[in-house]
Structures are given as C-alpha cells and as structure tokens.
Design a protein around this ligand. Structure first.
Ligand code: PAF
Length: 310
C-alpha cells in the first residue's frame, strides 16, 4: 500500500523486521498464521513485545499508548479490529468509523513494528463457540447498560493475547472498567502479560478523546464537555470536604443538566472503588468517579480519580 509518501508492506511474513522507530514502516499482517509466524521469529531474542489493541479510528489517545510502549523500548504490535461481539443489538457496529489508510498514516510516525488487521473470519472462524468472561467486575457501570459487551471484549482480547503473545499490553484509563477487567483476566488466566494503563488524553476543554467523538455535531460537541465538568465538580466537592457519594453524584447530575442542556442524558453516574468497581459508602479514600452520558445519540464515558484530603 502506498500512501502520502509512506509505504506499507502487506502480506505474508518474510524479510527483515526492524525494531519500530520513526524510520521504519509498520508491517501489516492479516492472518493468524502471519501473526504467529512473526511472533515466533522473536522467540529467543531479547525483544519485549508491547501490544496496543485497538478498533481503529485512531486518535491521540491511541498514539499515547504507542508512545508509552516505545518509551519502554518495546517492539510494538498494534491491532486494528472492530470486534462485532462487543457491540449489542442497536449499537453502532455498522456506523463505527473505519479508515485503515488514515490509521496507517497515523501509525507510520509512531514506531509501530507491526499492524495486525485480522478479518472476522480470522477472529471468529465458522463454528467459533468459546467465550471468556470475567464475573463480578463486569456487572456494574458500563456492564449494566451494555449486557454482553465485556464478554465480547474479554473474548477478543484473550484471543489476541494468544496470537500476539505480548510481554506488555497497553490500555487507556478512559475505559477504566475495561482496564480493570483486562487486568483481572490477565491475572486469573496467568497470561503473563503485564497490563499498562495510560492516562486519559483530553481536548483543551477537557473532553476525553474517543473515536465516538466523531459522531458529535457542533452543538453536541459543545454539550459533551459536561462529562468533564461534572467530574471536576466532583473533585471540587471532595476537595471541599464532601464525603457523601449521593451528594457528589447529585452535584455532578446538576452540572450535566446545566452544561449539557437538553442534549445530555446520563446513563449512570457512580463513585466506586477503583479496583473492585463497587459503589462506596463514603469518599474517604481514593475513589473513582465514573459516568456514561448520551449526548444526542452518542454514548460517551469518562472518569476521574478522586483523592480526598489532597
Ligand atoms: O478498547 C478498545 O478499543 C476495544 O475494546 C479493544 C480492547 C480493542 C477490544 O476490541
């Protein structure tokens, strides 16, 4: 594939694999066999494989994961696969933005060694009948409103871990529940994969970067800042000595009403333990404020760690 001065190798394994840096081009692998063969070529070397799983529609948040992997000296594999099993009926599977050429253009400068772009037949061959689920952690927050979502995520991530066999895998804190669930999966199944969770990347007005921000029209985009404003209101409340989750949540809801106007509709606003994701009776230790809000027809999530007494 030739594009904007960058060249990408497509197809079967063969030839030289330069460690990812700005000067090298990512190799594109499409099949499970190509991925396995590439990975085997690194066995017995000193290379540490860093893995950034994505669904494409890349933005600075994804690129920050790549940079974190590069900062650790990892040879980085990025996967781009819109995983159908993590979308519920009526969700945005078909509308989900897909632009591989644009994504490859963004990855070109970020030092990815390999881009793995499997298709549905590779990931879910005929007769596929195995699922991986993490119990408990997936019950609340996004799990309550999106039944089956996390089973789809953990199944695909387990499969990708088997194909890529990374030493480390990088996830964004924006999907705080997903990160906690994947950490548990990695631990429970003894994958040996170190899970690295990187900070949320935000627009200058605080909106967390998300591929779904592309769905927002200008009015919705302006309203979408209500998520971050609600979170900073929670932070202010805690800094002022408030410890009641109910009162903090009420203040967050009020901010969403004021800033989001008629366009914002909260799905949940919760204050939970950052590890167990269980609701807390009092905010007297580090706590996670997390929320999902529909802005127009777009469901957005965000979160912030609250540190009482600081
Ligand atoms: O966070 C995502 O983009 C997806 O949930 C993931 C981890 C790539 C699995 O499809």
């Amino acid at each position: 594939v030739q594009r904007a001065g960058a060249r990408y190798h497509v197809g079967t394994f063969g030839g030289r694999y330069a460690k990812g840096d700005e000067m090298s081009e990512p190799r594109i692998l499409r099949t499970a066999e190509e991925m396995r063969t590439y990975r085997r070529s690194l066995d017995g070397t000193e290379e540490c494989v860093g893995f950034v799983p994505t669904m494409g529609a890349l933005h600075e948040g994804h690129l920050s994961l790549l940079r974190a992997a590069r900062a650790r000296g990892d040879r980085t594999v990025v996967s781009i696969y819109v995983n159908p099993t993590q979308f519920g009926p009526g969700e945005d599977l078909n509308a989900y933005p897909r632009d591989l050429q644009r994504d490859l253009g963004l990855l070109g400068g970020e030092g990815a060694a390999v881009v793995f772009t499997p298709d549905d037949r590779t990931m879910y061959p005929e007769g596929f009948s195995t699922t991986v689920s993490v119990e408990g952690l997936t019950d609340g927050l996004c799990g309550a409103g999106r039944p089956g979502h996390f089973r789809g995520v953990t199944t695909v991530v387990a499969k990708l871990f088997n194909l890529v066999r990374p030493h480390r895998a990088y996830f964004g804190q924006k999907d705080a529940q997903q990160a906690a669930v994947i950490r548990r999966l990695a631990r429970d199944l003894d994958t040996g994969v170190e899970i690295v969770v990187c900070p949320i990347v935000r627009e200058p007005d605080g909106l967390a970067l998300s591929s779904r921000n592309a769905y927002l029209d200008p009015e919705e985009r302006a309203a979408a800042v209500c998520l971050y404003r609600a979170l900073t209101e929670a932070e202010r409340a805690v800094a002022g000595g408030e410890t009641s989750p109910d009162r903090i949540r009420a203040r967050m809801r009020e901010v969403i009403g004021c800033v989001g106007g008629g366009l914002a509709r909260p799905e949940y606003i919760e204050i939970v333990d950052p590890q167990t994701l269980k609701a807390l009776p009092a905010v007297n230790r580090p706590s996670l404020a997390a929320l999902a809000v529909f802005v127009g027809g777009t469901r957005l999530i965000d979160n912030l760690l609250l540190h009482p007494g600081t």
